[in-house]
Write a new protein. Sequence first.
Length: 159
Amino acid sequence: MTRPRQKGAGIVEFALILPLFLLLIMGILEFGSYFFVQHTLQYATREGMRLGLVGGRLPNGHGGYLTREESIIQAVREEASLAVNSANISVYVYPVLTDYQDPTNWQDLPPNAGDPGVYMRVRTRYTLRFITPLIAAFFPGGQIIVEAQGTYRNELFDA
């Protein structure tokens, strides 16, 4: 009995499997990056909220202090800087309505950390662009908006 020739069959099989394997690896890396950014943004938002709810203010480096709003935004950006370019993060700080809903046009409101006892919301947004073209094709513009938010009640701090 003679065996059929197998010369080159391994190379052909490798050529067929390699693109699928690379797509799988790139998908794991892309979505791992997405989840890392999402988790970091959630963490940074919580840290900014913690600073805001106790009425905390960060030093400005010139012997004074930032406003509460500037302090919250800076805290969020500093904590998120490990995963993203912090200059590209949008941070919104505003009071919520009595039914905990967002006010109309909350994106356009100036930052407002609120008075003691007021319910507030910190919302952060970051646009993540995918690197792999095949994966980016599944998302409009090859990007996705990563968002985190938290609602809190200001402590009864001295204003």
